[in-house]
Write a protein that binds this ligand. Structure first.
Ligand code: 2DT
Ligand code: MG
Length: 217
């Protein structure tokens, strides 16, 4: 019988701004490469697509948009790339993704807009490929401030970040912290964070035979 090749694992890194996500994702990619394992980085929003360009203009306050509409664009941006993520996984490539549907819920629900409940915000992402593992980089407001404070984009202010943090905490509880979702103390120095992330990732690094699950189905 031909040997069945395991698919790659789908690993998501989430967190607030200044939690060190982008740095850590790049370091994790290096570790995979150093071990000779195929790896692909993804990032949401992916600002390169036509939908992503609309999101980018909104985030940089170059355009205004209804909150519901932009929420659906963030989700559509994931759906337009979902099949290519599935294809990479099935080809045996580990996909490491900087933000995913959890940011989608957290940032939109944190706006506290009428008609944009947690459930409403979650709905358009139901059925997306589900991560095998999500690592939440948990940074304190003090550390985030120490790391250079906020940039100029929409949502980059202390008030919003605090509300986003609360929604992320709810998501963590609902995902069942300690199985598919792990919160990692992102106040630690960079190397310690990488080591902890790597420890969580290692059981997934050789891929899995488990079929790709779908989010919240
Ligand atoms: P970056 O700084 O990581 O480029 O994110 N966001 C992100 C949402 O509001 N909804 C989403 O679905 C996603 C993926 C988080 C830019 C900002 O976009 C927010 C910060
Ligand atoms: Mg940002």
């Amino acid at each position: 019988m031909p040997e069945r090749k395991p698919r790659g694992a789908f690993i998501v890194v989430e967190g607030l701004d200044r939690s060190g996500k982008s740095t850590q994702v790049a370091l994790l990619e290096q570790r995979f490469k150093a071990e000779g394992r195929p790896v692909r980085l993804a990032k949401f929003p992916d600002r390169a697509t036509p939908i992503g360009k609309m999101i980018d203009a909104y985030l940089r306050s170059q355009s205004e948009m209804d909150d519901h509409a932009v929420h659906l664009l963030f989700s559509a941006n994931r759906w337009e790339l979902a099949q290519s993520i599935i294809d990479s996984l099935n080809a045996g490539t580990t996909v490491i993704c900087d933000r995913y549907a959890f940011s989608g819920i957290a940032f939109s629900a944190a706006k506290n807009k009428p008609g944009m409940s947690y459930e409403w915000c979650r709905a358009p992402d139901i059925g997306l490929p589900a991560p095998d593992l999500t690592l939440f980089l948990d940074v304190s407001p003090e550390k985030a401030r120490e790391r250079g404070g906020f940039g100029a984009e929409r949502y980059e202010n202390a008030d919003m970040q605090e509300r986003v943090q609360h929604v992320f905490e709810r998501i963590g509880v609902e995902m069942g912290d300690g199985s598919r979702w792990f919160a990692v103390d992102a106040d630690q120095e960079q190397g310690a964070v990488t080591d902890e992330l790597w420890m969580r990732i290692q059981p997934h690094a050789q891929g899995t035979e488990r079929p790709i699950q779908r989010l919240w189905e």
